[in-house]
Write a protein that binds this ligand. Structure first.
Ligand code: ZN
Length: 263
């Protein structure tokens, strides 16, 4: 993982992907939105002005040399539903009619784009069948195994072998900051059996268990057959200068973007 600057925008990229993959998780730096969305907010439904969100999205795409018209996004609903992006959506406006939490494409004309503020961004690349994917996984999507579902969909759509697929898990709320209720532990046990025990930590001074989204998504990917996984290990709540955190900023915050495309 490395941080980069392009004009005003600061973003990170993963080491696991080859140069022919265009990929970024954008920090919140380098945009035009005022507080509490300062400044590179790409979320259109968090109270920020539409013209700010449009300009921020354009800056993000420009920083990676991608045409904003190549964008394909979805309405993120904490599901494990996967959409195939065969052609660009060709609008910078947030779309509401297509609900899903994973998008795949093998078309280099498409840039897959999603928005985050504590939920986990996961990027996929199959260098053999030449396909990429992006996933949005909070605890609900993680336990619905959205990551594993995206891998299975990649196999079904493009003939990908899971062992060829590389995956990267980006910044999200970390186990240090992620207290959860008993329903999360119950569902995790139902989904992952005895493997679920390693996904929870008890911390001094905290009555509740802490959930590890990075470990849970790693497990979901491994169960789907993915062996090559890079984990950023960055907690959004620990680093408010770089990331939006829904929990740390008590819901009054923006969304940072992530994108992936084939060059
Ligand atoms: Zn933290």
């Amino acid at each position: 993982m490395k941080f980069h600057h392009s004009d005003t925008v600061r973003y990170l990229s993963f080491d696991i992907f080859p140069p022919e993959v265009i990929q970024a998780v954008f920090t919140r730096q380098g945009g035009i939105s005022p507080e509490p969305w300062n400044s590179l907010n790409v979320g259109g439904t968090v109270g920020d002005e539409r013209h700010c969100v449009r300009e921020n999205r354009q800056r993000a795409f420009r920083a990676l040399g991608r045409d904003p018209q190549s964008l394909f996004d979805v309405w993120q609903v904490h599901s494990a539903d996967v959409v195939l992006a065969n052609a660009p959506h060709a609008s910078l406006e947030e779309r509401v009619e297509l609900k899903a939490d994973a998008i795949l494409t093998d078309n280099p004309a498409v840039t897959l784009f999603m928005r985050f503020a504590d939920c986990t961004p996961i990027l996929l690349h199959d260098p053999v069948r030449r396909a990429v994917g992006i996933i949005h996984a909070g605890w609900v999507g993680t336990l619905k195994q959205a990551a594993g579902e995206a891998v299975r969909a990649m196999t079904a759509a493009y003939g990908s072998r899971p062992a060829d697929i590389r995956a990267a898990i980006g910044p999200s709320i970390g186990p240090d900051h992620y207290e959860v209720g008993p329903e999360v532990e119950e569902q995790a046990r139902y989904v992952f059996g005895s493997d679920s025990e390693a996904l929870f930590q008890s911390r001094p001074g905290s009555a509740r268990l802490h959930f590890d989204l990075w470990a849970a998504n790693t497990l979901s990917l491994r169960r789907a057959g993915v062996e090559q996984i890079e984990v950023a290990g960055l907690c959004t709540a620990c680093h408010p200068e770089d990331w939006y955190s829904h929990r740390a900023q008590h819901g009054k915050t923006g969304r940072f973007g992530a994108l992936i495309a084939l060059a």
